[in-house]
Design a protein around this ligand. Structure first.
Ligand code: SAM
Length: 294
């Protein structure tokens, strides 16, 4: 088993190292991450000033170079040339795991295409930290990064979410959270269960769990909403009560098909008549419910 001392003096193999750094609490860095940062030839940072604070704290003197969304292309070429000559390059983002809603993906693809070894150095990540303490289903989840900032696109993205036993995980900015919650309420209804994880691993870490309507009114009552946020939507199936399920059009159609031995279309027509709505309206409603349950 490899030694776990961070001052381990075994030489670092040539290659690209994706090093996770803390998302708030400086204790959340691994011994291996410290060793790699210390022994690398260069550390490519999303923001060199931000990373320098971390390096100063751990007395790491490795030279840094900027690597962010605006110079990712040109810097990738330069770093790949060094890697092909046997360099050991570490990539870090401002916080958390590089490549997750952060730069990193492009250089990984280029390194692999050039036959350079790529090593993950795992550690802090906001989405996973929020999810594991959310109380929501962790067996099946989908990470979406940030929702679109524009209202129309955001509503479409929410409308398109797969319904079922999947927890949806998003990053969100504090100045947009109220608008996003309003959209979630519009699309999923006021009783949609959500979890907001704010300022994870920091002094004012906070978890808010409840219906979107409740959390929206709680947050609206605050003078300001600050800090970094992970927003999670509970799976619809856990949320919908058995009473809700009984009242769906789909449930009524399927019950009528069974009890009367008729086709889905005939059942739908009869129910539409009973409800006093048009056939096509009933059909659209049925499709919407079926999509939600997919
Ligand atoms: N690569 C990072 C990771 O592994 O989590 C994420 C980078 S992304 C640009 C930054 C977003 O992550 C923030 O806007 C926020 O939504 C989320 N985030 C980062 N740190 C957080 C924290 N301590 N608490 C809650 N959310 C956090």
């Amino acid at each position: 088993m490899p030694a776990s001392r961070d001052n381990d003096d075994r030489p670092l193999a040539p290659g690209l190292y994706l090093v996770a750094t803390p998302i708030g609490n400086l204790e959340d860095i691994t011994l291996r991450a410290l060793r790699v940062l210390r022994q690398a030839d260069r550390i490519a940072c999303e923001d060199t000033r931000q990373t320098q604070k971390l390096l100063n704290h751990f007395e790491i003197r490795t030279p840094t170079v900027s690597y962010h969304m605006h110079n990712e292309g040109s810097r990738t070429e330069e770093l790949i040339a060094e890697l092909k000559n046997g360099a050991r390059i570490a990539i870090v983002s401002d916080a958390g795991t590089p490549g997750i809603a952060d730069p990193g993906g492009q250089i990984v693809a280029a390194a692999l295409a050039s036959g350079v070894d790529v090593f993950p150095i795992p550690g802090a990540n906001a989405a996973i930290s929020g999810l594991i303490a959310s109380g929501l289903n962790t067996e099946r989840f989908t990470f979406h990064g940030f929702l679109p900032a524009k209202a129309g696109q955001r509503k479409t993205a929410l409308d398109d979410l797969v319904r079922g036993d999947v927890t949806h995980v998003f990053y969100e900015a504090p100045h947009r959270i109220l608008d996003t919650l309003a959209d979630i309420e519009g699309v999923f209804g006021p009783n949609q269960h959500i979890v907001i994880a704010r300022e994870l691993t920091k002094m004012h870490e906070e978890f808010l769990r409840g219906t979107v309507a409740d959390l929206r009114s709680q947050l609206s009552a605050r003078a300001s909403i600050r800090g970094e946020i992970v927003l999670m939507l509970a799976p619809t199936t856990i949320e919908s009560t058995s009473e809700d399920k009984k009242n769906t059009l789909a449930a009524e159609v399927s019950a009528m098909m069974k009890s009367e031995g008729i086709s889905e279309m005939d059942a739908l027509k009869r129910i539409a008549r009973e409800r006093g709505i048009g056939k096509s309206e009933a059909y659209r409603e049925l499709q919407r419910e079926q999509n939600k349950l997919r």
